[in-house]
Design a protein. Structure first.
Length: 333
């Protein structure tokens, strides 16, 4: 592999722009091309972020032989189609969360990655934040005893237009896939295993998507996770890991924290404080490049099989809500 890794970005939306900013601080990364459905938007993006090549269609970027890895930043409904298109052209892929709309799609994406022997990872920032990794070491060191309960919230109070992808069911909108995915993924990161029971409730808003929800997961040794996620609610987004001897608090915003506290006998006995470098997306980009340079096709910190499990849990949670996305119907028969 060449020294610099050449990135392409699919879409010019909100997070695509943040990702371009993230790559700019990584010396081993080169943002080579960006693609949009609209030529005007892509030209503007390319100029702003100094991207040498801009394409007015996604397939043109997938066909560019110079590109090593593609960051997919379209609404979740298009992740499978976009990722498969790139992987079939031999590109590695970093795909935004939620990896897909449902587990069936996730299995298909992972199947293609393995068939093409390319790297694939879901973009899940908390998996790569050094402060989170360090605070989870308190568990390995026995500081809180056995983990019994994990409690986490990932809520945003947004003003979204009816057309925005955030609440639009046609674009996979809703709090579970947008933010619930973080808290579910976090529990897996903490416990390193998958639940034996998963239930959830939600409020379905006027557009037909889940504006907010909660999930309870139970694990084999009786551990329980209590999770909330919302798109129109101001909340404190801490995470707690409660054990038999003490507990860990990842302070708001737990998914990109700058402070973690260890409590024993209700006293704060240790604190880790650390700034986030860049806008945090750089951590996941670094992990992709680390893996690619080593020839790894999967990251041990966010393995594709785990992304499939996360989608399975989300499928299970939303089934009783009657919330069916058009992508779900493709797998009905
Ligand atoms: N990791 C994070 O912190 C984070 C944060 C926000 C979002 N995300 C994830 O990133 C993805 C994109 O989110 P976003 O907030 O960036 O969305 P966004 O601002 O709405 O941008 C989505 C982009 O996707 C492209 N697109 C392709 N087909 C589309 C369609 N039919 N309707 C609308 N857009 C379409 C558009 O780019 P072109 O017009 O240029 O083709 C659009 O600008 C989602 O999966 C989301 O969950 C992750």
């Amino acid at each position: 592999m060449r020294n610099k890794i050449k990135w392409g970005i699919i879409s010019t939306g909100h997070i695509a722009q943040k990702f371009a900013e993230a790559l700019a601080i990584l010396p081993e990364a080169e943002l080579t091309a960006v693609a949009s459905r609209t030529i005007g938007k892509v030209k503007e993006f390319a100029e702003k972020y100094k991207v040498p090549k801009s394409y007015g269609s996604y397939i043109q970027l997938a066909n560019d032989p110079e590109i090593d890895v593609v960051y997919i930043a379209t609404p979740h409904t298009f992740h499978l189609e976009n990722a498969v298109m790139c992987m079939r052209k031999g590109k590695s892929v970093l795909c935004e969360k939620a990896l897909t709309i449902n587990a069936e799609e996730a299995r298909e994406m992972v199947r293609v990655a393995r068939e093409e022997n390319v790297f694939l990872m879901e973009a899940m920032i908390p998996r790569h934040i050094p402060l989170i990794k360090k605070s989870l070491k308190w568990i390995d060191d026995g500081k809180i005893g056995e983990v019994r309960i994990v409690k986490a919230s990932r809520c945003a109070r947004g003003e979204f237009s009816d057309e925005s992808r955030i609440l639009n069911p046609k674009l996979g909108g809703g709090s579970l896939l947008d933010l619930g995915v973080y808290v579910i993924s976090f529990v897996f990161q903490v416990l390193g295993k998958f639940p034996i029971e998963s239930v959830g409730v939600s409020h379905i808003g006027h557009l037909g998507s889940d504006e907010q929800g909660a999930a309870l997961l139970k694990f084999d040794k009786g551990e329980i996770a209590d999770l909330t996620f919302a798109l129109r609610t101001e909340a404190v987004n801490d995470a707690y890991i409660f054990g038999t001897k003490g507990y860990i608090k990842l302070h708001d915003l737990f998914a990109v924290p700058t402070k973690a506290s260890l409590f024993v006998n209700k006293e704060e006995v240790e604190i880790i404080e650390e700034p986030i470098i860049g806008n945090a997306l750089n951590y996941e980009a670094e992990e992709v490049m680390r893996c690619m340079k080593k020839g790894l096709k999967e990251s041990p910190f966010m393995p594709p099989d785990e992304s499939i499990k996360i989608m399975e849990v989300m499928d299970k949670i939303r089934k009783p809500w009657g919330l069916v996305y058009s992508n779900d119907l493709k797998y009905k028969n």
